[in-house]
Design a protein around this ligand. Structure first.
Ligand code: C2E
Ligand code: CA
Ligand code: CA
Length: 353
């Protein structure tokens, strides 16, 4: 905790916060190894002494909580709306506890298509939570909270079990992608859990792809690396999700055998209708060719984006243009409808929806 006095303006406080962040971010050596810290800061400014120290502390803490959930590694000033957001998050936290047992979770499946002929080659399972009072709570809201509280272990296992149970009914050439959080992979017995789920469902391991983000490499845990190795030995494939958003360090790609990378939607959105060259996307394609990785682009919403991705040789595509996340029944119908299996490139966008 830092108490700053003689503050004349908000900038004074910002300046101090920035200095703290920059200073603590500098790498240093521990036992010959380079270590880097990150720091998140929450700030509350006392008015004219009308508030107690306890209140100011609580406000700074709420601001810190917001920084950690929204923009780790930065700072944030307290705002009254944070109080409500905090209360809401607290409610979600406690309601999430029994959500699996109360059958409030469900899955939707978003088609993944081969760019060449737009044939469906897989689906990504995405979790949905229908809260009895709040209605649909989006995964961007509840997954981070589930991770923080540890519920993600139970939720993630349910997702995997349910998704495999569904996927076994699909034709063999259609694979299943499931998102897994770092917390799940950190469990020492995670590969046993996966093996058990696959066996129960009767789904061959090579039809399952696990989507992970590079955050799992932030801890240099040997358990995680061993688990990933064991999963791959079982035949499960690994996908590096949200590629391009974080550090996207080449060393992750080099030190670990991913089979696939998923280019984050933020890059796809930038593909303009004029199809101007996108050097980063082209570089990612070149890199993946060298490493023999399949590339999936996600978040395709326009014909122009699809065409550009085809042009640069991106093998797989996923996005609202080609199919929104849909309930199991709808997905099964889609893959069994021969007219929709092979969709011509020329077909107008509306037809895909
Ligand atoms: P993600 O893994 O990056 O999933 C892709 C998200 O982009 C999904 O949002 C999907 O509905 C959305 N999306 C797909 N195509 C388009 C498009 O063309 N345009 C736009 N605007 N969006 C598109 P969703 O389902 O809300 O999931 C959000 C995130 O929640 C996921 O991001 C994933 O990180 C997390 N998540 C969802 N289900 C699970 C789960 O079962 N386990 C874990 N650990 N995380 C999950
Ligand atoms: Ca994903
Ligand atoms: Ca993603």
């Amino acid at each position: 905790m830092v108490v700053q006095t003689a503050v004349n303006s908000r900038q004074d406080v910002e300046y101090l916060a920035e200095r703290i962040i920059t200073t603590l971010k500098r790498p240093f050596l521990v036992d010959q190894r380079e270590v880097q810290l990150g720091v998140s800061i929450g700030i509350a400014i006392s008015g004219l002494g009308q508030r107690t120290a306890g209140e100011i502390y609580k406000q700074a803490d709420l601001a810190l909580y917001t920084t950690k959930t929204l923009r780790r590694g930065s700072y944030q000033f307290f705002e009254p709306s944070m109080d409500d957001a905090f209360k809401q998050a607290n409610e979600i936290r406690s309601d999430l506890l029994g959500a699996v047992a109360r059958n409030e979770l469900s899955l939707v499946f978003q088609p993944i298509l081969r760019t060449m002929d737009l044939m469906v080659v897989g689906a990504e399972a995405l979790a949905r939570w229908l809260h009895p009072e709040r209605g649909n709570v989006p995964p961007d809201r509840f997954i981070p909270i589930a991770e923080e509280t540890g519920c993600i272990i139970e939720i993630g296992e349910w997702v995997l079990r349910e998704a495999c149970r569904v996927a076994v009914t699909w034709p063999e050439h259609i694979s299943l992608s499931v998102n897994v959080s770092p917390k799940q992979i950190s469990q020492p017995n995670f590969h046993d859990v996966v093996a058990d789920i696959l066996a129960t469902a009767g789904l061959p391991a090579d039809r399952l792809l696990l989507e992970i983000t590079e955050t799992i490499f932030f801890s240099s845990s040997t358990t995680i690396r061993r688990t990933l190795q064991e999963l791959m030995e079982m035949g499960v494939r690994m996908v590096l999700d949200d590629f391009g958003t974080g550090y996207s360090s080449l060393s992750y790609l080099d030190s670990f055998e991913f089979q696939k990378i998923k280019i984050d939607r933020s890059f796809i959105t930038k593909i303009s209708d004029a199809k101007e060259p996108m050097p980063i996307l082209e570089a990612i394609m070149g890199l993946s060719r060298g490493l023999a990785l399949t590339v999936t682009a996600e978040g395709i919403e326009t014909e122009a984006q699809l065409e550009y991705l085809k042009l640069i040789g991106c093998q797989e595509v996923q996005g609202y243009l080609l199919g929104r996340p849909m309930p199991e029944r709808e997905f099964t119908k889609r893959i069994s409808d021969p007219a929709k299996k092979l969709m011509p490139m020329e077909a107008p966008a509306k037809k895909f929806r």
